[in-house]
Ligand binder design. Structure first.
Ligand SMILES: O=C(O)CCC(=O)C(=O)O
Length: 273
């Protein structure tokens, strides 16, 4: 799906303090960055997936538990393609990565219905991604109000600078992504007081921008009233190359990447630069 319009500029640029928080802490919460148009576009896409899940959503979702997941939605749903190409996310990714060139990596859906007891275990992302480089960022966009009880994301401040590389935490069907050479994530939940944890009550329009190595997770959605629907939008800069190590996430079969080459092609569109 091709864009009709260039990416919108955000209502304001990231401040120096926000960019510094991202460097220091590995995550920053940025308030009121997406307006209703984008929240409604995401919502329409989410509801379409829930009503009629595609092949990937059927694999990733657990309808009996109130969880819907999906990946690379922008290739199938016009709403997510619009968000990728026309929303302010590309400019925000550019400012967060401090890069000239901005490519889309992939998008991912995490819907936890009210009452869905589906925690996201503590993990970091880069160890199971088939890429390497410095300019990599995720933007997490809830379209419902969230707090810790309704499965707001939490982060360990500064953990992106740890030397540790942790095993992926995956459902049984993705056991192949668990690299036995990496260490287990410690039991953070049982020892919360030992860690400097960051989390925010968020309103629709607020976003989290975070580093691919910061350790993060979320609880189940303990709210009985509010669904927790969130889009993760992932971006890379020019230095990122394809690095298909064993136990990393498979890409769609038509990905067309070669080991060591910069991400390119239709699957990873350049949106700025
Ligand atoms: O929404 C969630 O619970 C998980 C999000 C996440 O882990 C991510 O975007 O990397």
């Amino acid at each position: 799906m091709k864009p009709n319009l260039p990416p919108q500029r955000p209502p304001r640029n990231l401040t120096e303090a926000e960019r510094q928080a991202l460097i220091d802490d590995g995550v920053v919460c940025v308030r009121s960055m997406l307006d209703n148009k984008w929240l409604e576009t995401i919502e329409n896409g989410v509801e379409r997936i829930k009503a009629s899940p595609g092949v990937i959503a059927n694999i990733l979702s657990m309808p009996e538990k109130g969880f819907t997941g999906d990946l690379f939605m922008w290739r199938k749903y016009r709403e997510f393609a619009e968000v990728l190409f026309e929303s302010p996310l590309a400019h925000l990714a550019q400012q967060a990565m401090n890069s000239t060139l901005v490519k889309h990596w992939y998008d991912q859906l995490f819907v936890k219905e009210a009452g869905a007891q589906v925690p996201t275990p503590w993990h970091h992302d880069l160890t199971f991604w088939p890429i390497k480089g410095q300019e990599i960022i995720s933007i997490w966009i809830p379209i419902d109000p969230v707090n810790r009880a309704s499965s707001g994301l939490e982060y360990i401040r500064g953990s992106h600078r740890w030397a540790n590389r942790f095993k992926a935490i995956t459902p049984d069907y993705a056991e192949f992504m668990v690299n036995p050479e990496l260490e287990d994530v410690p039991d953070i939940e049982a020892n919360r007081d030992d860690y400097d944890l960051l989390g925010w009550d968020m309103e629709p329009g607020d976003i989290l921008i975070f580093h691919p190595l910061v350790v993060h997770g979320s609880g189940g959605n303990h709210s009985t009233l509010t669904n927790r629907r969130a889009l993760a939008s992932r971006w890379v800069g020019n230095d990122v190359v394809y690095d298909p190590r064993p136990h990393t996430m498979p890409l769609p079969p038509d990905h067309g990447q070669k080991q060591g080459q910069r991400l390119h092609g239709d699957l990873f569109p350049t949106v700025l630069g």
